[in-house]
Design a protein around this ligand. Structure first.
Ligand code: ZN
Length: 343
């Protein structure tokens, strides 16, 4: 039998809760509506989308797919924001491809673009992971995450009160040798473009340390470091960073797989940083995924499959519920995002 054919069924007889509704209304602070992550909702009726959000009790949905071109941002504002202004926030972005054209003034140019995006209705800035991995300057040189030529962007976001949701690097294992010890080997077989070997890319440590420095250098700008500070495998490190940077928040998007396999550490982390953690799912407006997230946060269920696939997608392990108390849940579901989004 090949490992890919092996699908062990757990024989545990333990409590299995079905959490169809969250205990409090939810702001999903990290999600998408277009392909490839959002399920192509820009091509479906918005009424159908609102029905799913109602069922999941998502009272507001942050769509990070506004992009940087006027067309995409406007399209998402027209499709979603105009249809239901209090149900969506659309984030803009930075057009890195324009760097060669603007050279060392790229930062000021991009900051100006951000002002235009904000005027049109963008409510935040999304920075995608090519920043640090692939983005290059006019000389073809890889741009550091804390490159001071970009200061104007971060300062402008701060001045406009736009939160910067930033994702750098990826799971640590995506940077490690792709051998029989790599805990995400199976996932990397399916997504070979998620592998960042050391000769072609900066190291994980390099990227995460530069991100920490960036957040430290711009204390008046509110940052949301995606995917539990881009380092869900090391909550001690993220805790330290949160302690040093009051302008930093983290979201939990696509990382209950990491949080739930270290439930003792994760629960303590949630209790201590209850004011700094934002709910996000990253799987599009998908009711089944929302239910898994609610079950993870609210119950003490054990050995939960964190994905809707038979073999969990991010690795062959299972997770444990955090049974968070009501006051903490309410902050993570709603209050923190409301504050950070300035609602
Ligand atoms: Zn995302």
């Amino acid at each position: 039998m090949l490992l890919t054919e092996y699908k062990p069924q757990s024989m545990l007889v333990v409590k299995t809760s079905s959490v169809d509704k969250p205990r409090f209304p939810v702001i999903d602070a990290h999600n998408h509506l277009a392909e490839p992550f959002g399920g192509g909702w820009d091509k479906k009726p918005v009424g159908q989308l609102l029905e799913v959000l109602d069922q999941a009790q998502i009272v507001r949905y942050v769509d990070l797919d506004g992009g940087w071109g006027e067309n995409i941002l406007n399209r998402h504002l027209d499709l979603f924001k105009s249809a239901a202004p209090d149900r969506f926030c659309i984030f803009g972005g930075v057009d890195w491809a324009a760097w060669p054209e603007h050279g060392d003034h790229f930062g000021e140019w991009a900051a100006n673009r951000l002002r235009i995006q904000a005027k049109r209705g963008a409510e935040g800035l999304k920075i995608w992971k090519p920043f640090g991995l692939n983005v290059r300057d006019q000389h073809g040189k890889l741009v550091r995450i804390d490159d001071n030529r970009l200061d104007a962007i971060w300062e402008t976001a701060g001045e406009l009160n736009l939160p910067v949701l930033i994702h750098v690097a990826d799971p640590v294992a995506f940077f490690n040798p792709l051998d029989n010890t790599n805990e995400r080997w199976e996932e990397l077989q399916i997504h070979s473009d998620w592998y960042f070997p050391s000769l072609a890319y900066p190291s994980f440590d390099n990227l995460i340390n530069n991100l920490a420095n960036l957040v430290h250098l711009h204390p008046k700008t509110t940052f949301i470091a995606a995917h539990v500070g881009c380092y869900a495998e090391n909550l001690g490190w993220v805790a330290d960073w949160l302690d040093h940077c009051p302008n930093l928040n983290v979201d939990i998007a696509a990382r209950i797989s990491e949080l739930g396999r270290q439930p003792y550490t994760a629960r303590k982390f949630f209790l201590k940083y209850a004011d700094r953690i934002l709910f996000g799912s990253d799987f599009g407006p998908d009711l089944d995924y929302y239910k898994i997230y609610y079950r993870f946060l609210e119950t003490d269920d054990e050995y939960i499959n964190y994905s809707t696939a038979e073999i969990p997608l991010q690795g062959r392990w299972y997770i444990y519920g955090l049974y968070l108390p009501d006051d903490v849940l309410k902050k993570i579901y709603f209050t923190n995002a409301k504050r950070v989004l300035g609602l």
